[in-house]
Design a protein around this ligand. Structure first.
Ligand code: MLT
Length: 259
């Protein structure tokens, strides 16, 4: 039965292989995928999607604060916002932290966010030379799935940002949500689609928590860290599924715009 109706095309199962990497450090160092999907549900890729949806001109990601300052200083002051966190807390002197809830249209519209975060921006940097780079979070999962179904890249890496080299449950659950949705919307079977065992694990993880994402976000280590910083509203926002139809896509290394 034909299930995938997007753009009136069927996903050619044999041609797409999905890989999940829990952290940027666990990706192979000697190759790149046709399409990289960077995931940092708490909170960088949720913030990027929200900022672009609210009208930001672009989000430019930096792993290094000094480099961010250097580039932002050369930008017109009215068109630029410095945003970011270390350890979850706003960087001193910056306009914004890394809360998606701060990305209101009246704050970000027409502006470029110069963003640095502890892990998400490092994950982006790891795969920035891939031919296609998109970012995904739980809030824009469907937009990422539709893009993959439409473009059908041969190899797709879903790269979780983790925390300083360690696994983060929320990123892998989101990768599982994307893989599950592709399976549901296409004729592809899991055996044809999965490129590594992490995909099977990610789907199982998502299945376990899909009706309860907020609970697992409150339980996990970075959720706990954000709760100590008064971040429960962020957790609630980040745990919603498919609320924004926006897809951040890399237009040049480190610079994401609305697709
Ligand atoms: C990160 O990149 O590590 C996160 O986005 C941290 C955060 O919650 O702000």
């Amino acid at each position: 039965m034909r299930k995938f109706k997007f753009a009136d095309r069927i996903l050619n199962c044999a041609s797409v292989k999905l890989f999940v990497y829990h952290t940027p450090e666990s990706t192979p160092t000697d190759l790149l995928p046709d399409c990289a999907v960077v995931i940092d549900v708490l909170r960088a890729t949720t913030t990027i999607a929200t900022a672009l949806d609210a009208g930001a001109e672009a989000v430019q990601a930096f792993s290094n604060i000094e480099e961010l300052m250097r580039q932002a200083d050369s930008w017109s002051a009215e068109k630029c916002l410095r945003a970011g966190e270390r350890g979850g807390a706003k960087v001193k002197g910056f306009d914004l932290g890394n809360s998606p809830l701060a990305c209101k249209p009246e704050v970000v519209k027409g502006k470029r966010l110069f963003l640095t975060t502890t892990n998400g921006t490092r994950a982006l940097q790891r795969v920035e030379k891939s031919p296609q780079v998109i970012t995904a979070a739980q809030i824009n999962r469907r937009a990422a799935v539709n893009y993959l179904l439409e473009t059908q890249p041969k190899t797709v890496w879903m790269v979780g940002s983790g925390w300083q080299g360690d696994y983060s449950v929320e990123d892998t659950a989101c990768a599982g949500a994307i893989a599950k949705s592709i399976l549901q919307q296409s004729d592809v079977s899991l055996i044809d689609l999965f490129g590594n065992d992490e995909v099977i694990g990610a789907i199982a993880l998502y299945e376990r928590w899909k009706d309860n994402l907020l609970n697992v976000f409150r339980l996990c280590s970075h959720g706990q860290r954000l709760l100590k910083l008064d971040g429960d509203e962020d957790l609630k926002y980040c745990s919603q599924t498919d609320i924004l139809n926006v897809l951040p896509i890399q237009k040049e290394p480190g610079v994401l715009i609305k697709h």
